[in-house]
Write a protein that binds this ligand. Structure first.
Ligand code: NAP
Length: 342
């Protein structure tokens, strides 16, 4: 069976996923596309033999759409995910699942009431070979019990629409998700320390930020989020245990010796950094839709657990803020390869 997918939002990542679904993975075809810019939607749709529809609701309701991909702007995600659950169709939602814990919980409740898992969230790092190798090392006890994790999430620049709160809600969600999965642990408190601001920031923006998390098992995590670092897209993660440490490998890149220098290029964005992880994520999701089985990747619960409400409060108050999570419903117990196992 070829899974027919409708796409809501044909921006950067929407177009990249449309290319992936059409030309890279097997078993999927894009049949419908919508975007706020109708002419742009028509152009993207025509390029892959799909039709453009006026709204996200039209995509969700379309009879030739078996599953929905939400790649619109974050604040619109909850509305589309809830509507897709109401239609009884599987939905892959790019991160963040929603922009507040309250909206994430509405999705969790809707999916639980529906009685079958329909939602997968785009936390693709769980599919990255480097993170998977780190997890194997940690799970095998090779570094002993994890004590500390040092992370950095650096972007060259961000657009003017990016806010200080988005450092938590849009950027650090990736680290929170992958750290919960790597450590099999839950974050219980957060503090945000604000260093001197880079002069290359947008005027309204606190950049960089240092987020200090504590987990239920007492692991301390420091995460530097620096979204106007200028030099590249640089993701770092080092877990220190009682008897060793494990570090996320940098992407393979040739070392060039020329003109008296040895240089290694730094990648510039998420497309260059995690292409294989995105491919694996969509191949596995498509297979689960085709087989009418529950998605194996990050769930709506994981989307809720990663949302950064407490981190935003910590930034705004300057205080240590406790992370008050609801108890996980039994509905979300278990999980497999993509890593919902928590
Ligand atoms: P983008 O380039 O701004 O694309 C968003 C697109 O959605 C735009 O074309 C926008 O139209 C359209 N749109 C917005 N609201 C809509 C609505 N209500 N209905 C239909 N279309 C709508 O942003 P992006 O970089 O692709 O990011 C999209 C999402 O993916 C964000 O949630 C982002 O956090 C996530 N993302 C994830 C990763 C990852 O590593 N997993 C990487 C990048 C992005 P207009 O431009 O006309 O407003």
């Amino acid at each position: 069976m070829t899974v027919r997918i409708g796409v809501i939002g044909a921006g950067w990542i929407g177009q990249d996923h449309i290319r992936r679904l059409t030309h890279v993975i097997t078993g999927a075809e894009v049949t419908a596309v919508t975007d706020l810019d109708a002419a742009h939607a028509a152009e993207v749709a025509t390029g892959v033999g799909a039709r453009a529809l006026p709204t996200g609701q039209d995509v969700i309701a379309a009879p030739d759409v078996d599953a929905v991909l939400v790649t619109s702007w974050g604040p619109t995600h909850a509305e589309y995910v809830l509507a897709t659950i109401a239609a009884g169709k599987p939905v892959f939602c790019e991160k963040p699942l929603a922009t507040s814990a309250e909206d994430c919980l509405r999705i969790v409740e809707a999916e639980t009431a529906y009685g079958r898992r329909l939602v997968q969230v785009g936390f693709m790092r769980r599919y990255d070979a480097g993170y998977r190798a780190m997890k194997q090392v940690i799970d095998a006890g090779e570094i002993g019990v994890p004590l500390m994790v040092h992370c950095a999430h650096r972007n060259p620049t961000v657009p003017a629409s990016y806010t200080s709160a988005m450092a938590a809600q849009d950027t650090a969600v990736h680290e929170i998700d992958v750290l919960r999965w790597l450590l099999d642990d839950e974050i219980v408190s957060v503090q945000v320390v604000t260093p001197r601001r880079t002069s290359k920031r947008l005027e309204h923006l606190q950049d960089p930020q240092i987020m200090l998390f504590e987990t239920a098992n007492g692991v301390r995590i420091d995460l530097e989020v620096f979204v106007n670092c200028q030099y590249g897209y640089d993701i770092q993660c080092e877990t220190v245990g009682e008897s060793g440490l494990v570090r996320l490998p940098d992407p393979a890149s040739p070392s060039v010796r020329s003109a008296g220098r040895a240089d290694t290029a730094v990648v510039q964005d998420w497309r260059e950094r995690f292409p294989a992880a995105f491919d694996a994520e969509f191949q596995e999701w498509t297979a689960s839709v085709a087989a009418a089985t529950a998605p194996t990747g990050p769930s709506a619960w994981d989307g809720y657990a990663a949302i950064g409400d407490a981190t935003v409060q910590a930034l705004e108050s300057g205080r240590i803020v406790g992370v008050a999570m609801k108890d996980r419903p039994a509905f979300y117990a278990g999980g497999t390869a993509g890593g919902t196992a928590r």
